[in-house]
Design a protein around this ligand. Structure first.
Ligand code: GLU
Length: 512
């Protein structure tokens, strides 16, 4: 019987997770859901010095916003808990001890000064120092010092760490589901620290022990962890768990839109787009950043664009719901080379979702993003305004940014239209048009349109002469949403008021 698939997303709360992290979570989730497995959130918080308060909550909130549901995890519990590594400290000690006893690990007593001196000595000879089979006998550890001296040092409370005893010259094979077979010689690995004197494990030990105890079947993570994987394989070997070792899949990097290198947490602010799912404010310093949610992305569009950063379905379909992604996803369609981030494309995804959404959905989303902006606005009115504007919106907040004239009179008017179209001899005609509007009983889009058309015919005027001016009167700009529908939505009183106000301003603009 095949084993039930179990995967985990294992972020460290040392900062706010950016789109690279959430993409890892998404791919893990898609893969797991497709095969009916369990998706787990494990918080790798062993590095207490770099712990950022709020970072864990941020991760949970981002996953929730994206619609990525955890079957087990620090916030939902589960049978394999606790899911926060800081709460599992004793467990790691047990396995470090097991490796000491089986001869796969050893105590090392080198002080940081001694290690620095050693590194310098090697640098002077243009070499790089590595704590490994070739150097460990020249260092201060339980192998070089022997049993008696080690016991004496431990009894005297000499600071220690436990290191993995890397075997010399062994072949390590990592079978990666994305990159294929990666072969490394154990000589390239070093005797990594597994447990520190305060009993805290390093990432490597905690990660491997937890993946084993939580019966993780597939480790899906960023490419930056590929160099650590041979070490992890050696750890599984040392612990006697190689037979049940998880499969690995390392995801390609997300690259900057232009130039070299991976998209980093700092790029977003510089390049004019967010690199974080949600906005955050650092709890202890001035740093902060905006997020996709706050600039008005639909979570569905965000998920859709993330899915395409490193994977493709092999068809021309680009718009996928979460369920469709789950059905289409497969690890063998993940690319090996880096995925370049494209801000235009990212915006395109959101536009597609906005175009497809109902006005009422957009209205609710707009209120969620900026509750204060729409205080006192009727929900049906907002929904209708969104409906009229959606072809022109990239972000949910564009209903306000690009369509503020639905909610208040234009703040300024297109100067060129006023200069060229607000002709002295036509001014009285526009006042007549206003009177004709005033006489309408039913101020529907169709009636407004019929009135305008009859008016143009009567006075021998073209669309450009009348409609551009009318539009600038209502919205300030010469292009925008369908004008007759907009007039109906604003209502007769407001339209007459705006025509009156703008006519005065146009006269002043012409006189100036
Ligand atoms: N804690 C690691 C990180 O922050 C996890 C890497 C892994 O998935 O093994 O990315």
């Amino acid at each position: 019987m095949s084993q039930k698939v179990r995967t985990r997303y294992a972020p460290s709360p040392t900062g706010f997770q950016h789109i690279g992290g959430i993409r890892t979570a998404l791919y893990c989730y898609l893969f797991t859901r497709k095969v009916g497995g369990s998706f787990i959130l494990r918080i790798e918080d062993t590095d207490q010095n770099r712990y950022v308060p709020g970072a864990e909550e941020y991760i949970v909130e981002s996953l929730k916003w994206c619609g990525i549901k955890c079957d087990e995890g620090s916030h939902v519990g589960g049978e394999y808990g606790p899911y926060r590594q800081s709460e599992r400290k004793e467990t790691y000690g047990i396995y470090a001890q097991q490796m000491l006893e089986s001869g796969h690990a050893y105590y090392a007593f080198d002080t940081s000064e001694e290690l620095t001196a050693k590194r310098k000595e090697y640098e002077a000879q243009k070499k790089v120092f590595k704590y490994d089979p070739s150097t460990r006998m020249s260092m201060r550890n339980s192998i070089s010092l022997g049993k008696e001296e080690t016991e004496a040092l431990l009894a005297a409370n000499t600071p220690w760490v436990i290191r993995l005893k890397i075997p010399a010259d062994e072949e390590v094979i990592v079978e990666d589901l994305v990159r294929g077979m990666v072969r490394v010689n154990s000589n390239e690995v070093d005797d990594k620290i597994l447990l520190k004197g305060d009993g805290m494990p390093t990432y490597h030990l905690a990660n491997v022990v937890d993946d084993h105890l939580m019966e993780i079947t597939h480790v899906i993570r960023g490419e930056e962890w590929l160099p650590s994987t041979p070490l992890h394989v050696l750890l599984y070997r040392a612990l006697g768990w190689e037979d049940t070792m998880p499969k690995f899949a390392h995801l390609p990097l997300i690259l900057k839109p232009t130039g070299k290198g991976k998209l980093s947490k700092r790029d977003g602010d510089k390049m004019g787009f967010p690199v974080f799912p949600l906005a955050w404010q650092h709890p202890t310093n001035e740093e902060s950043s905006t997020g996709y949610r706050e600039i008005g992305f639909f979570p569905e569009a965000f998920v859709n664009l993330l899915a395409f950063l490193g994977w493709n379905p092999g068809t021309t379909q680009e718009i996928f719901s979460m369920d469709e992604l789950i059905a289409a996803f497969s690890i063998d369609r993940i690319g090996k080379s880096g995925a370049r981030f494209d801000w235009d494309k990212a915006q395109w995804f959101n536009q597609q979702y906005i175009k497809e959404a109902a006005g009422s959905t957009l209205a609710e989303a707009a209120i969620k993003v900026a509750p204060d902006a729409y205080k006192g606005t009727d929900l049906d009115f907002l929904a209708s305004a969104c409906e009229l504007m959606k072809e022109r919106m990239t972000f949910i907040n564009d209903i306000w940014e690009k369509g503020y004239f639905f909610f208040e009179s234009p703040k300024e008017y297109d100067a060129k239209v006023v200069r060229t179209k607000w002709k002295e001899e036509r001014v009285p005609l526009f006042h007549q048009l206003k009177e004709q509007f005033a006489a309408l009983d039913n101020f529907s889009a169709a009636n407004v349109e019929a009135t305008v058309k009859a008016f143009m015919q009567e006075h021998g005027l073209g669309f450009g002469d009348v409609l551009q001016v009318f539009r600038v009167m209502l919205a300030g700009t010469k292009s925008g949403p369908p004008i007759f529908e907009m007039a109906e939505l604003l209502g007769k009183t407001e339209v007459l008021k705006r025509m009156e106000e703008s006519a005065k301003t146009f006269d002043e603009m012409k006189a100036a």
